[in-house]
Design a protein around this ligand. Structure first.
Ligand code: ADP
Ligand code: MG
Length: 736
C-alpha cells in the first residue's frame, strides 16, 4: 500500500500550490513597451543600422533580393551590440530539423584577441553561416554519416530574438539547415521555397486578370493551438506521460466532457496566472498572442495568435510551444501538446488559418465590393477548390503521424477525407456559377456572371458553425483543421502552398488559352471558372463530416479516405508528387523521399516507445498492484472461512466471485503482455523494408498494445483504489 502515498502526496502538493507572478508588472511597464522588446526587429534595425545598410536589407526582405555579404558584417555588429546591451552572453543558430522540434547550440561571443586579451565578437560570417555536426539529425537517407557536415544559413525574413533565462540571455538567429550537397535537411527551407512558388503563380495570375500593380503575394497564417495542462505532481507519477506524452493506460473518467461545462468556462486562477505569464514571455518575443480560453475537454485550453506571414507564424508557433512548456514547469504544471493524451475525451489539434495577401495589403480571399474584385476572388477560390480536390491526398499526408491517427476520423476532429466547407451563401454562388445563365440552375434561381454581378454579402463564419470540416472557408480565410497539436505547421503549409501554386498556374494557363482563342478576358475567366468548378465540385461538402452518411457519400463521389498514417504516407513518393514538388522547386526527389523515410521511421519509433512503456508499466506497476489486491482478497476469504467454520453458516461465494474475477483478469493481462512482447521482438528482428515494418506496427502491434490497455483499464475499475499506482483521469483532469 505504498504507492497510494504517491497519489495522495501529489494531491497534497497541489493543494499547497499558489498562482505565480510573471516577470512584468504591466502597471509599471505597459504591454506596448514589453511587446517585441527581445526582438531585433525592423524598427530596431532602422535605428541601429546605417541608412544604406538598412535600405539594402529591406530590399532583401521585401523583394527577395540576395543579401550582399558585406552587409552581413554590419548587421552582425549591430545585432551583437544590441544583444550585449540586453544581457546576452551567447548566440545560437536556431533551426527546425526534421525531428519536428527546434535545435540550438550555443556559443559565447568570447574571442581571443592575442595575448591575454579577450573580446566579445560576432562577425557577419557567424551570422550568415554555421556548421553544426549534422550526423545526429534525421536525414531520411540524404546524408550518409561519413558526410556529416550540415550548414545552417541565416534566414533574414524571420527576426532574430533574445531567449530569456534566469541567468542571462541567448541571441537566437533563425536559420535554415541543409546538407553539404545543398539538400534541405529542415522544415523551414521547403516552406520558404513554397512561399516563393505560390507568390510567383499568384502574381502571374493577377497580372493576367489585369491587376498589374502587384509584385509579391504572401501567405498569412494564424495557428490556433490547443493543449492540456496537468499538475506536475501527477505528471511525475506517470511514466507514460513523461516518455510518450500521452496516457497509455487509464479508464474513462466517470465525468468526462458530457456536461459541456469546461468550454469557455471561467478560467481557474492558477491557470490564468500561467496563461498570463506565457503571454508576457511571448510579448517580449514579439509573438502576437491574442486569444485564451478553456477548451472542450476538462484540463484542455486554447491560445490563438494574430496571423502573420507564414514563415514567421511557423517560427512563432514553435516558440510558443517552447515557452508554454517552460512556463508550465515554472507554475508546477506540465503542458501536453500530444494529439490524444487521454483516451475517451477530446484530443488537441492546431487550426491552421490560412490566406493570401498581396503587397498592397489586400487579403485575396476577402470577397471584394466591386465586380472586378469579385472576379479575382472567385478565380482564387476556384483554384483552391481544384487544389484540394486534385491533391487532397497530399494534404492528408502532411498531417499523417502516429499522434494524429488518434484524432482524424474519430468523432471530435475532421475525418481523414479532405473536403471543403464553403458555407451556404458561397456554396450557392458556386452552384450559380456552374449553372451559368440557366435560370433554374441554383436554389435561389439567380445566375452569377463573373465581372458583372457582385457577390451577395458573405456571412463571416465567426460562430464556427461547421466545426467538422477539415478545410473550411471562414469568411476571408480557410481553416485547415486536420493539423495535429504537437506538429510543426511548416510541412502542412508547404504542401498547401505548393498545391495551390500548381492550381493557380493551371488557371492562368487555361485563361490564357481561352483568350488566345479569341474570348474576351471576362468570358474566358467565366468559362474557365465554370469548367473547373464543375470538375471539382465534388470536394465541396457543407454537411456533418462526422456522419456515416458522409463517409458513404464521399466514397460515392470518389474522394479518397486515407484513414491512417500507413495508408496516407505513400502518396508522398508517387511519381506525380515527385513531379509536382520538383516542378515548383519545393522539394526535389531525394528531399521528398527523405521526408517520407523520416516520417515512416518516426512512426515506428513512436509506436515502439509506446510498446516498451506499455510492457514496462503493465509488468512492473499494474500487475503487481492487481496481484497484491488479489492476495489480500484471498487471505481475507481464508481467514473468514476459518473464523466462521464452527458456526456452520458460511457462504463465501460473493468473496470468491471477486477473487475469481480478479484472477481471470490478471491472467488475461499477463497473457496480453506476453503477446505484445513476442510481437515486439518480432518487429525488432524483422529486416524487411521500412514500409512493411511500419505496416507491421500499425496492423499487428497497435492492436496488441490496445489489448494490454483494455484489460488494464478493466482492472483499474476493480482493484483497491489505495494500491493503484497511476494517477487516474478523474484526478489528473480535475485537480489543479
Ligand atoms: P474564428 O474564431 O472564426 O476561427 P478568428 O477571427 O478568431 O476566427 O480567427 C482565428 C484565427 O485566424 C486567428 O489566429 C486569426 O489571426 C486568424 N486569421 C484571421 N484572419 C486571417 C488571415 N487573413 N489569414 C490567416 N489567418 C487569419
Ligand atoms: Mg477558428
Amino acid at each position: 500500500m505504498k504507492m497510494v502515498n504517491g497519489r495522495r502526496g501529489a494531491i497534497q502538493t497541489i493543494q499547497s500550490r499558489q498562482p505565480m507572478a510573471s516577470s512584468i508588472d504591466y502597471r509599471r511597464t505597459p504591454v506596448s513597451e514589453v511587446f517585441g522588446s527581445n526582438v531585433f526587429s525592423r524598427a530596431v534595425m532602422r535605428t541601429l543600422l546605417p541608412k544604406a545598410a538598412y535600405r539594402a536589407l529591406t530590399r532583401c526582405l521585401d523583394q527577395g533580393e540576395r543579401l550582399d555579404p558585406s552587409l552581413a558584417d554590419i548587421v552582425a555588429n549591430a545585432m551583437k551590440d544590441w544583444a550585449l546591451a540586453r544581457g546576452a552572453t551567447h548566440f545560437t543558430h536556431w533551426f527546425q530539423p526534421m525531428t519536428g522540434l527546434t535545435a540550438e547550440k550555443h556559443d559565447s561571443f568570447l574571442v581571443s584577441a592575442g595575448e591575454d586579451e579577450w573580446i566579445l565578437e560576432f562577425s557577419g560570417k557567424n551570422l550568415i553561416q554555421g556548421e553544426p555536426d549534422a550526423s545526429s539529425f534525421p536525414s531520411g537517407g540524404i546524408r550518409s554519416t561519413f558526410e556529416a557536415r550540415g550548414y545552417t544559413g541565416w534566414d533574414p525574413t524571420s527576426p532574430a530574438f533574445l531567449m530569456d533565462s534566469i541567468n542571462g540571455k541567448t541571441l537566437c538567429i533563425p536559420t535554415v539547415f541543409c546538407a553539404f550537397s545543398g539538400h534541405a535537411l529542415d522544415k523551414k527551407t521547403p516552406l520558404l521555397r513554397s512561399l516563393e512558388a505560390i507568390s510567383k503563380q499568384a502574381v502571374r495570375l493577377m497580372h493576367v486578370l489585369g491587376n498589374k500593380e502587384v509584385s509579391r503575394v504572401t501567405c498569412t497564417v494564424g495557428p490556433e493551438q490547443e493543449y492540456f495542462l496537468i499538475d506536475e505532481a501527477f505528471y511525475l507519477l506517470r511514466p507514460d506521460l513523461i516518455n510518450a506524452g500521452r496516457c497509455l493506460f487509464g479508464a474513462k473518467p466517470p465525468k468526462g466532457q458530457e456536461m459541456e461545462d469546461h468550454y469557455w468556462g471561467s478560467i481557474k486562477e492558477r491557470v490564468l496566472a500561467f496563461m498570463m505569464d506565457t503571454e508576457c514571455e511571448l510579448y517580449k518575443l514579439g509573438v502576437p498572442v491574442k486569444t485564451r480560453h478553456n477548451e472542450v475537454a476538462p484540463g484542455q485550453f486554447e491560445v490563438a495568435p494574430v496571423f502573420e506571414p507564414s514563415n514567421v507564424a511557423t517560427d512563432h508557433n514553435m516558440l510558443l510551444m517552447e515557452v508554454f512548456r517552460r512556463t508550465a514547469q515554472k507554475h508546477g504544471f506540465r503542458c501536453l501538446f500530444h494529439e490524444k493524451p487521454f483516451t475517451g475525451i477530446n484530443g488537441s489539434g492546431k487550426h491552421n488559418n490560412w490566406s493570401l495577401a498581396d503587397d498592397r495589403g489586400s487579403n485575396l480571399l476577402e470577397p471584394g465590393h466591386t465586380p472586378h474584385e469579385n472576379e479575382q476572388f472567385l478565380v482564387f477560390l476556384t483554384a483552391i477548390i481544384r487544389a484540394i480536390d486534385t491533391h487532397g491526398k497530399l494534404l492528408r499526408a502532411s498531417v499523417a503521424f502516429a499522434g494524429n491517427d488518434h484524432r482524424l476520423g474519430a468523432n471530435e476532429a475532421p475525418p481523414a477525407i479532405m473536403s471543403i466547407y464553403l458555407g451556404d451563401t458561397l456554396a450557392e454562388v458556386v452552384e450559380g456559377l456552374i449553372a451559368g445563365k440557366v435560370e433554374s440552375g441554383n436554389k435561389s434561381g439567380k445566375s452569377i456572371e463573373i465581372g458583372v454581378s457582385t457577390l451577395p454579402e458573405l456571412p463571416r463564419d465567426a460562430s464556427d458553425r461547421n466545426r467538422t470540416s477539415p478545410f473550411a472557408f471562414t469568411g476571408n480565410k480557410f481553416e485547415f483543421r486536420a493539423v495535429g497539436a504537437s506538429q510543426s505547421i511548416a510541412f502542412p503549409n508547404t504542401v498547401l502552398n505548393t498545391i495551390v501554386a500548381e492550381s493557380l498556374e493551371y488557371m492562368t494557363g487555361k485563361i490564357e488559352e481561352a483568350t488566345r482563342k479569341g474570348l474576351s478576358l471576362n468570358k474566358a475567366v467565366e468559362a474557365v471558372v465554370r469548367e473547373t468548378l464543375t470538375q471539382h465540385q465534388r470536394v465541396v461538402f457543407n454537411g456533418d463530416n462526422y456522419s456515416d452518411e458522409w463517409h458513404k457519400e464521399a466514397q460515392r463521389r470518389g474522394l479518397p479516405n486515407l484513414r491512417n498514417t500507413v495508408e496516407a504516407l505513400p502518396i508522398l513518393v508517387e511519381p506525380q508528387s515527385k513531379e509536382l514538388f520538383g516542378r515548383y522547386g519545393v522539394l526535389n526527389e531525394e528531399e521528398l523521399v527523405s521526408r517520407y523515410n523520416v516520417m515512416l521511421e518516426s512512426y515506428c519509433k513512436t509506436i515502439n516507445v509506446e510498446v516498451q512503456l506499455t510492457i514496462n508499466i503493465a509488468t512492473t506497476m499494474i500487475l503487481p498492484a492487481a496481484i497484491d489486491y488479489q492476495g489480500r482478497v484471498a487471505a481475507t476469504i481464508s481467514t473468514t472461512v476459518q473464523a466462521l467454520q464452527k458456526n456452520g453458516r458460511l457462504d463465501s461465494s460473493t468473496h470468491e466471485k471477486v477473487l475469481l474475477d480478479l484472477c481471470e483478469k490478471i491472467s488475461k493481462l499477463k497473457f496480453s503482455i506476453d503477446q505484445l512482447e513476442s510481437l515486439s521482438k518480432e518487429a525488432e528482428h524483422s529486416n524487411g523494408d521500412l514500409y512493411a515494418h511500419t505496416k507491421f506496427y500499425q496492423q499487428k502491434i497497435i492492436p496488441a498494445m490496445n489489448a494490454v490497455r483494455a484489460i488494464s483499464d478493466e482492472l483499474e475499475l476493480i482493484v483497491d483504489d489505495s494500491v493503484w499506482p497511476l494517477p487516474k483521469f478523474r484526478e489528473m483532469l480535475y485537480i489543479y
